[in-house]
Design a protein around this ligand. Sequence first.
Ligand code: F6R
Length: 245
Amino acid sequence: MKLIRARDYDHMSRQAANIISAQVILKPDSVLGLATGSSPIGTYRQLIDWYRKGDIDFSQVRTVNLDEYVGLGPENVQSYAWFMRHNFFDHINLPIGNTNIPDGTNPDAAAECARYDRVIRGLGGIDLQLLGLGPNGHIGFNEPDEFFDKGTHRVALREATIQANKRFFDREEDVPRFAYTMGICDIMQASRVVMVVSGASKAAILREAFFGPVTPRVPASILQLHKHFTLVADEEALGEVAVSC
Ligand code: F6R
């Protein structure tokens, strides 16, 4: 694991954007695995800025998103498809046909998960996967469990996730209870993984995930075993980590 210590959220975002930008410059048709949530928004903002300055070209990039709420279509402002367009895709020259997100409107979970696994395989795997860290250690929507779930699957969101994500909805009852998510194998098979973590509220789970044992009870802990895993975290998120590495 490579740890990049950032001063704050903006610095973390620029550091992560630098890594993604280098990936796209070195391999213009890269497959980028993307995340939603608060953590990567600054990274997307920085990439948009560099795109506008003419420094990055996304025209050949392909993307696969980690997850989507079951029941929400791309026109729903709470959907991850909408989030991605609003926060990233609409502002760069990435053809929308090059982007992939699980289809939350497909009620047939087995068919949708099999389709998404085929999409990932068809792209030849992921060159760089961007991740955030869930409050309970989830990555994508791979929630704490007795085992690591391999491929794309339908998951029941844990109470901690519902509580954390209700800030994006008018009412807690509106938070979908199920999601489709890429599995742990899909994420672990990415050539490079970059995680952005910011803020004191993530300090305890960051320590548990990356300075404790590897366990499906803290799904992110599996990343300790990834050959090219880079953790970009700010001082507050690293507040409970005493070691330097
Ligand atoms: C989002 C995702 C989630 C988030 C995690 C952290 O696509 O897969 O795992 O990365 O819940 O969310 P934030 O960044 O909002 O704290």
